[in-house]
Design a protein around this ligand. Structure first.
Ligand code: PEP
Length: 254
């Protein structure tokens, strides 16, 4: 069983670098003390250096919320993987807020996965269906398509270097998490797809996260699911007590 992983996606929060540093300082001791689980926080780009300083020497590592697949060039407003090297170990790619609000395609997300892997960092590849797709009975097909497209061109031996996060769009920021049955069904389906892409030993080693309204109250039942190796957490990751409780719930899974 892979080491569990919790990733906090701070999104465009907190509103200032000083508050991001204060959040990191509040997390540092209690989150650092939770053993048996890898802990990643993903502040906004501009806060990364200050948060890195605040967490220096702690076991909590940093992730970025996005990356551009090209190493440099005329891409106004974008940040390359090379710029993140040495600061971040993880990079979220394909978050639904970028797929759906900013029009990121499966091919573009795949290019990011390959770029992040090529630089020796860990992509956290987000997949998940909208409510319309679920209601139309297309949830599994959408997630399978996003998974296959996101992993296109990844060497079979590198698949374990990718983290996959199943994040149903209808559960993100809504307070309506997937039921444990749905989370297990969908994430078990991703694991089965990985077996077909690689082999069962490799697929068993890939970290599969659930994301979508994870909180301190529902983390334990999600952590008990056989295929859920961790959580990608948005809103609750801004509350140190809640994020530490979520990390503890997954640590007991190890
Ligand atoms: C997310 O943004 O990835 C997320 C899961 O958000 P929330 O936990 O707030 O639903």
């Amino acid at each position: 069983m892979p080491t569990p992983l919790v990733v906090g996606n701070w999104k465009m929060n907190p509103p200032s670098i000083a508050e991001a540093v204060a959040l990191a300082q509040a997390l540092r001791a209690p989150l650092g003390a939770v053993e048996g689980v890898e802990r990643v926080v993903c502040p906004p780009f501009v806060a990364l250096p200050a948060v890195a300083d605040a967490l220096a020497g702690s076991p909590i590592v940093l992730g970025a919320q996005n990356v551009h697949p090209q190493p440099k060039g005329a891409f106004t407003g974008e940040v390359s993987g090379a710029m993140l090297q040495g600061v971040c170990s993880h990079v979220i790619v394909g978050h639904s807020e970028r797929r759906h609000s900013l029009g990121e395609t499966d091919d573009f997300v795949n290019a990011k996965v390959l770029a992040v892997l090529g630089l020796g960092m860990t992509p956290v590849l987000c997949v998940g269906e909208t409510l319309e797709e679920r209601d139309a009975g297309e949830a599994s097909a959408v997630v399978e398509r996003q998974t296959a497209a996101g992993l296109a061109g990844v060497e079979p031996g590198d698949v374990t270097k990718v983290v996959l996060a199943y994040e149903p769009v209808w559960a993100i920021g809504t307070g309506r998490a997937a039921t444990p049955e749905t989370a297990q069904e969908m994430i078990g389906g991703i694991r089965a797809h990985l077996v077909r892409l690689t082999d069962s030993a490799t697929a068993a080693q890939v970290r599969l996260l659930y994301g979508g309204s994870v909180n301190a109250a529902n983390a334990a039942e999600l952590a008990a699911l056989p295929d859920v190796d961790g959580a990608l957490v948005g809103g609750a990751s801004l509350d140190p007590d809640a994020f530490v409780a979520i990390a503890r719930a997954f640590a007991t899974r190890a």
